[in-house]
Write a protein of this length. Structure first.
Length: 264
C-alpha cells in the first residue's frame, strides 16, 4: 500500500514569523502519530526557522523550486546541494514556474535530474490548460510532460507526481474525483512503461487544484489518488489539518481516534 501524502505549497506567502506561526499551529493541530506523510513547502527564507519549529515531529519539509546547477554565477538561484541538508522534498515543474518563469519541459527535466542526483525527493507537477482539457488533450499533455521531465533519468527510487490541472489551481473550481482518477491511471501506466510495473505501483500520484477540507474526501476515496498538493488551503492551519485528518480516516479507517495516539 502506498503511504498517502498531503503536501502544502505555500507559494510566495508568509513572512518568516508568519511561517513559524503557521507551522506551529499545524503542529498543534496534528498532535497525533499520523500515518499520512505531511510535507510543508514554505518560501526558501523560512526553511531554516520552519525546520526548527518542526523539530521532534514527523512533518517533512520541502522547497518550492531549485536551480539545476550545483553552484556558480547564477545570481538569485538556489541549488539542490544547498537544500539537501535542510529539506527532503522539492516541488518541480509547478505550472506557475512554467507560466511565469519560463520553466520549459527541458528545464524541468534538468531540475529533476539535479534534484535526484543531490538526493532530494521531487514532487513533479504536471497538468493541462483549460483549452487543452476542453479539446480532449489532457492525456497527451500530461503524459508528454511526464515523459520529457523524466527523459534519461533513473527514477527507480521514490517518485511523487502531482497531477494539477491548471484551470483548477487557485480558481475554486476543482476537478472531479473520477476524472482525476482516470488521468492518474494514465500517468501510472506511463510510469510503468518507463520504469516497470513495480515502480509505477509504488510511485505516489497526488491531486492538486483548489483542494479544501470540503472536497478532499472526494479525491481521497478514489483508488489511484495517493494524496494532495494543497495551495491556498495549506495557509490556514485548521483547513490543512482537517484535510490531513480526513485523509487519515479514509486511508486508515481502523486507526484509533487521533486524540488517543501518542503525541509527537
Ligand atoms: P490551490 O493550489 O490549492 O490554491 O489551487 C494548488 C497548487 O498550486 O499546488
Amino acid at each position: 500500500m502506498r503511504l498517502p501524502m498531503i503536501a502544502g505549497n505555500w507559494k510566495m506567502n508568509t513572512t518568516v514569523s508568519e511561517a513559524v506561526e503557521l507551522v506551529s499551529q499545524v503542529r498543534k493541530g496534528l498532535s497525533g502519530a499520523y500515518d499520512v506523510e505531511v510535507v510543508v513547502c514554505p518560501p526558501f527564507v523560512s526553511l531554516v526557522p520552519v525546520k526548527e519549529a518542526l523539530k521532534g515531529t514527523s512533518i517533512k519539509l520541502g522547497a518550492q523550486n531549485i536551480y539545476f546547477e550545483e553552484k556558480g554565477a547564477y545570481t538569485g538561484e538556489i541549488s539542490p546541494v544547498m537544500l539537501v541538508s535542510l529539506c527532503e522534498h522539492v516541488i518541480i515543474g509547478h505550472s506557475e514556474r512554467r507560466q511565469y518563469f519560463g520553466d520549459s519541459n527541458d528545464v524541468v527535466n534538468k531540475k529533476m535530474g539535479a534534484a535526484l542526483e543531490a538526493g532530494l525527493k521531487p514532487i513533479l507537477c504536471v497538468g493541462e490548460k483549460l483549452e487543452e482539457n476542453e479539446a480532449g488533450k489532457t492525456n497527451d499533455i500530461v503524459t508528454g510532460q511526464l515523459r520529457s521531465a523524466l527523459a534519461g533519468l533513473d527514477c527507480s527510487g521514490e517518485l511523487v507526481v502531482a497531477y494539477e490541472p491548471i484551470w483548477a489551481i487557485g480558481t475554486g473550481r476543482a476537478a472531479h474525483g473520477k476524472q482525476v482518477n482516470d488521468t492518474i491511471r494514465i500517468i501510472r501506466s506511463t510510469l510503468a512503461e518507463l520504469y516497470g510495473q513495480q515502480m509505477a505501483d509504488e510511485a505516489r500520484v497526488l491531486y492538486g487544484g483548489s483542494v479544501t477540507a470540503d472536497n478532499i474526501a472526494e479525491f481521497m476515496e478514489q483508488s489511484e489518488i495517493d494524496g494532495a498538493l494543497v495551495g491556498g488551503a495549506s495557509l490556514k492551519a485548521d483547513q490543512f489539518t482537517n484535510i490531513i485528518r480526513q485523509t487519515e480516516e479514509i486511508f486508515f479507517p481502523n486507526n484509533p481516534p487521533t486524540k488517543d495516539l501518542i503525541p509527537w
